[in-house]
Design a protein around this ligand. Structure first.
Ligand code: NAD
Ligand code: TYD
Length: 370
């Protein structure tokens, strides 16, 4: 058995990863560390936490004492770091918080793992690591900046972050690289494109649009809606991470992308069309609507002021992970979005739960006078 410390697993991708691990790997025990910020929800993982294969600890990745205690208490040999402030719009409001969690938090985990996993020194003074240990950092394609109409991000594309969020994620990646070079830490990084799927907090484009359509609210599209993202179904991402943790070469970066480039406006229109179709053909779902079926149309689309420094296009070249590890994105966007919409229709209680806190204030602050 191996014990994984999975941080940020009460959030979107981390919770999907924990569910994926528990369902597919019998050789893994999990310690979840999550601060339960606005983006973390214990209910999302409550049914996975059994106190044996999977335990939950509420805490901050910046807390050095807590990290040391977890390494002392559990035989952790793998760290997968999802914990982060993850929303670009919030990073424009409060860059400092992103520096704190995304950079200092990652460095704190790197150090805690180093202290727990180093067993001595080699003849050149480099640390000797316990066999089989691995630190995995979940990063983003946003570290590469923004593309024009052509081209793809590869692992050798220069780092060129442009938002406070991506600047902080880039700094965290550089700390991981520094630990690889300086201490020979067995660490890997994955840089993925935009994920979508179950348990996605409705501040991000796709879940926000779904929520608003069901409520008959306006759909805020930034700028002209022509920005492009490369959408990756979250389960495909979880598979990629696990392949890299198990088989990826230490010290390497792997890009993970969906080959699913879409303009934001295309996504918004497809989501409207799909929900309208479901409501017309499966009347039982009309019970979740707070509007009439006829109101689900393109009139809901509202063009609002653009995001500051809005990256134009992201697109990943995942050749390296395909060639080395055999990973490829299995889910086409047209299938994944339908699965995702049904998930939200079937989990309205979850949406209510995660938006019961400060969500309404955030929404009004972000969109009222935009
Ligand atoms: P999320 O915002 O849904 O979840 C983040 C989780 O981290 C939450 O459970 C939150 O409570 C927890 N957290 C935040 N600060 C913490 C702290 N100081 N200590 C402990 N826990 C803390 O994020 P997500 O979308 O699941 O993203 C997960 C990771 O993947 C992030 O590192 C993000 O940068 C990266 N990523 C996300 C996407 C995407 O499309 N969502 C794309 C590329 C990379
Ligand atoms: P988002 O889901 O915030 O992810 P990211 O900024 O990390 O790519 O946004 C995806 C795209 O959708 C991005 O181009 C910004 C745009 N967007 C809107 O047009 N309206 C919205 O309300 C949101 C949240 C995003």
């Amino acid at each position: 058995m191996k014990t994984y410390l999975v941080t940020g697993a009460a959030g979107f991708i981390g919770s999907n990863y924990v569910k994926y691990l528990l369902a597919n790997y019998q050789d893994v025990n999990i310690v979840i560390l999550d601060a339960l910020t606005y983006a973390g929800n214990y209910g999302t993982i409550a049914s996975d936490v059994d106190g044996k294969r999977c335990v939950f600890v509420k805490g901050d990745i910046c807390d050095a004492q807590l990290a040391a205690k977890l390494f002392a208490e559990y035989p952790i040999s793998v760290v997968v770091n999802f914990a982060a402030e993850s929303h670009v719009d919030r990073s424009i409001e409060n860059p400092q918080l992103f520096l704190q969690t995304n950079i200092l938090g990652t460095q704190n985990l790197l150090d805690a793992a180093r202290k727990a996993w180093v067993t001595g020194k080699d003849d050149k003074g480099y640390p000797v690591w316990k066999p089989g240990v691995r630190f995995h950092q979940v990063s983003t394609d946003e570290v590469y900046g923004s593309l024009g109409k052509d081209g793809y991000f590869t692992e050798t594309t220069p780092l060129d972050p442009r938002s406070p969020y991506s600047a902080a994620k880039t700094s965290a990646d550089l700390f991981v690289k520094a630990y690889v070079e300086t201490f020979k830490m067995p660490a890997t990084i994955t840089r993925c494109s935009n994920n979508y799927g179950p348990y996605h907090f409705p501040e991000k484009l796709i879940p926000l649009i779904i929520k608003n359509i069901l409520e008959g609210k306006k759909l805020p599209v930034y700028g002209k809606g022509e920005n492009v993202r490369d959408w990756l179904y979250v389960e495909d991402h979880c598979k990629a991470i696990e392949m890299v943790v198990r088989k990826g070469r230490p010290g390497e970066v792997y890009n993970v992308g969906g080959h699913n480039e879409k303009m934001n406006i295309e996504i918004v229109k497809l989501t409207i069309d799909t929900i309208r179709h479901i409501m017309e053909t499966e009347p039982k779902y009309r019970a979740v609507l707070k509007t009439e079926v006829e109101n689900i149309n393109y009139d809901l689309i509202t063009y609002v002021a653009d995001r500051l420094g809005h990256d134009m296009r992201y697109a990943i070249d995942p050749t390296k992970i395909t060639r080395e590890l055999g990973w490829y994105p299995e889910t086409k966007f047209e299938q994944g979005i339908v699965k995702t919409i049904y998930w939200y229709l079937d989990h309205q209680d979850w949406v209510k739960d995660v938006t019961s806190g400060d969500y309404q204030n955030y929404y009004e602050r972000m969109y009222q006078n935009r």
